[in-house]
Design a protein around this ligand. Structure first.
Ligand code: 9UX
Length: 72
């Protein structure tokens, strides 16, 4: 199955920041697609809820050094 999660990401100032976060999300097993938009400070992640919970996504963002807040 498939789930979509949107995350607000605070502290990104350049495209290198957003690429770092995007790569981190894309590297998680169970993530099908991850896009991070610098302008809107938002990530959209498509993932398999049988493999991981959205908490893992928030954790992965925070591990890159940015604040993550669940939107939906
Ligand atoms: Mo460059 Mo973005 O150091 O924090 S990666 S501004």
């Amino acid at each position: 199955s498939n789930q979509v999660c949107r995350i607000r990401i605070k502290g990104m100032t350049c495209t290198s920041c957003s690429t770092t976060v995007e790569s981190a999300l894309q590297g998680i097993p169970g993530v099908r697609k991850a896009q991070v938009a610098l302008a809107t400070e938002e990530a959209q992640v498509h993932y398999d809820p049988n493999i991981l919970s959205y908490n893992k996504l928030l954790e992965a963002v925070e591990d890159t050094g940015f604040e993550a807040i669940l939107i939906s």
